[in-house]
Design a protein around this ligand. Structure first.
Ligand code: HPA
Length: 271
């Protein structure tokens, strides 16, 4: 599996001018606008990149964008792949491996998530300190994983402490509220039942979403330091649960996006 395909994907991107990015950034649902901050942009649509999974969900633009932010070379995934679209764990983490081979030494991740911790409100941002994998599988469960790193990847500190501290400091300096907590990943695409939200709370989750954890596992395996932020788009109160409104979830993500862009931009400057 995979080494040859990865090499071809990377060779294509290098030929397009993706020249040694330092920071990789994954943008979640409703959070694509950070790309507007990129100078000297070069874009590659996912369906142009050899061996890349093909993009499906319509509200994702589905492209990899290279350029500079605050003078630093970045590669940004505008739109990610989800299990709920029918991709498998290897597909959804393939772009992380590609960005790693392009040369990134840090990974930023964002997502939209539901607030399990009811002290957190929609429109809040949450720095992810730890996670719970409830997706029923692992992106490292394949035969030749040992060619890519340790089989039994360490997960004792999956989110980089130094970048977490920097992000908290920056949030304080810029008067941006930043909660912190544990993110639980589920497959989706259905939202949770009341009983499931109660369970997630008992398990120790502060937020729940349908992404991020597989990418974080692979990035850890590759030795990439990660910082990840959830934008909380709905309040998952089992005693007062309203029918889900996806349009509202996306609009809350979009409204919160400028704060997230600001934080990421400031962190890029600081690194
Ligand atoms: N559950 C799962 N994923 C989500 C949610 C949620 O409530 N909100 C945004 N993504």
């Amino acid at each position: 599996m995979m080494k040859k395909q990865l090499e071809e994907s990377v060779a294509y991107l290098i030929s397009k001018g993706f020249d040694k990015p330092e920071i990789g950034i994954v943008l979640g649902t409703g959070l694509g606008k950070l790309v507007d901050e990129i100078e000297d942009r070069i874009e590659a649509h996912y369906n142009q990149i050899p061996f890349f999974p093909l993009a499906t969900v319509e509200f994702h633009a589905g492209k990899l964008v290279f350029g500079t932010i605050a003078g630093k070379k970045v590669v940004v995934m505008q739109g990610r792949f989800h299990l709920y679209e029918g991709y498998d764990f290897l597909d959804i983490t393939y772009p992380i491996r590609v960005m790693h081979l392009l040369g990134i030494t840090k990974l930023f991740i964002s997502n939209a998530a539901g607030a399990i911790n009811l002290n957190y409100k929609k429109g809040d941002m949450m720095l992810i300190e730890d996670h719970i994998n409830l997706q029923g599988g692992s992106p490292l469960a394949f035969k030749n994983v040992a060619q890519f790193g340790e089989r039994f990847a360490d997960m004792s500190e999956p989110y980089d402490l130094d970048m977490r501290l920097k992000l908290e400091q920056l949030a304080a300096e810029h008067n941006i509220s930043l909660k912190k907590g544990v993110y639980a990943s589920v497959v989706g695409p259905q939202l949770e039942t009341k009983a499931e939200y109660r369970m997630l709370k008992i398990l120790g989750a502060d937020a729940v979403g349908m992404s991020t954890v597989p990418e974080v596992i692979v990035a850890n395996h590759l030795g990439l330091p990660i910082v990840a932020v959830s934008v909380l788009t709905d309040e998952c109160d089992p005693d007062n649960l309203k029918p889900v409104d996806i349009a509202e979830i996306i609009s809350i993500a979009e409204n919160t996006e400028p704060k997230m862009v600001k934080l990421f931009r400031e962190l890029i400057k600081k690194l």
